[in-house]
Design a protein around this ligand. Structure first.
Ligand SMILES: C[S@@+](CC[C@H](N)C(=O)[O-])C[C@H]1O[C@@H](n2cnc3c(N)ncnc32)[C@H](O)[C@@H]1O
Length: 288
């Protein structure tokens, strides 16, 4: 329900006395000063330092970027279990590993055994932002940088079992190779978390996972609506193009989650035609 101007004014005046001084100063700041500050705050690094300085976030620990992501992961895993879809967990875009960690915790809580956890990240943060996504000016190259050894330490510190996991470093256009699938014996995908913000990052991700999809795989796109409803940016553009190029797969919207997320369940368009991976070809023989 939308509030009227009067409602908002009333609420503002009622709570004015409780609003901290800094916030009030911000409210009264002319937009000429406010705008460059907001532009600066778009950088995750600067935002993080400021929040750490204010004691709101701990720079050395996990950071949950979207509060609903963990719930969406758990709901998806529960649904996969009910549907009898088994396989591995793939996450593209780890940052400090919070959602990766919550996936294993949820799988354990649900008693899903045998699942392996594959995580992919540059560990250098976002790449140089290109094309339409760059024009939108939302994402900043180098944001979400977290070195691999730090992420491993954080995961272990929070009780994550690294024996069931593989972290693959590198920018996706370089790191997502058939060899990596083969070397780590990556199985069919039960749950895929795409959390890499950009169109240019989502394209290689989907190309990589294509031959690991199976009937009922769930894909969570954490940043689906971060460019609004646009289909010309980010994850929606990449997934739209992927489905056009792969008519053997159909995607059914499942759930909107956290701030910007959207999940889908994939189905075979023609159940009579099985993709190569499901026809029993071993990972070793087809090279991934
Ligand atoms: C929003 S953060 C991921 C947050 C994480 N899933 C969580 O919830 O804690 C996005 C991540 O995607 C990674 N990323 C984006 N594009 C990439 C690319 N082309 N290659 C490798 N990593 C990429 C960044 O390094 C960053 O860690």
């Amino acid at each position: 329900m939308s509030s009227t101007v009067e409602d908002r004014d009333l609420a503002t005046s009622a709570s004015r006395s409780q609003v901290p001084l800094l916030r009030r100063a911000w409210d009264y700041m002319p937009s000429l000063i406010r705008r460059p500050i907001l532009r600066l705050m778009r950088s995750e690094r600067i935002r993080l330092r400021l929040l750490a300085a204010l004691g709101i976030r701990d720079e050395t620990d996990f950071i949950a970027l979207g509060s609903g992501g963990a719930d969406a992961i758990e709901a998806a895993l529960a649904s996969l279990k009910t549907q009898g879809v088994s396989g591995d967990y793939y996450e593209f875009g780890l940052y400090r590993g919070q959602s990766f960690w919550s996936a294993q915790r949820a799988a354990d809580r649900l008693g899903i055994g045998g699942m392996r956890f594959f995580g992919f990240d540059s560990f250098e943060g976002l790449p140089e932002v290109e094309g339409n996504d760059r024009k939108a000016g939302i994402f900043v190259s180098g944001d979400y940088r977290a070195p691999k050894d730090q992420v491993e330490q954080l995961l272990i510190h929070h009780g994550f079992d690294m024996e069931r996991a593989v972290l693959v470093p590198g920018y996706f256009d370089q790191s997502l190779t058939p060899e990596v699938k083969h070397d780590h014996d990556m199985g069919p995908a039960a749950l895929v978390m795409v959390d890499c913000d950009l169109y240019q990052s989502t394209v290689p991700t989907l190309a990589f996972i294509a031959d690991r999809l199976q009937e009922g795989t769930i894909i969570l796109f954490d940043d689906w609506y971060c460019f609004g409803e646009s289909e010309q940016h980010g994850e929606p553009r990449a997934f739209g193009e992927f489905l056009d190029a792969h008519p053997e797969w159909t995607a059914m919207p499942l759930q909107r989650f956290s701030g910007y997320g959207q999940s889908f369940v994939v189905h075979r368009s023609n159940p009579g035609t099985l993709p190569a991976f499901d026809q029993g070809e071993s990972l070793t023989s087809n090279g991934g």
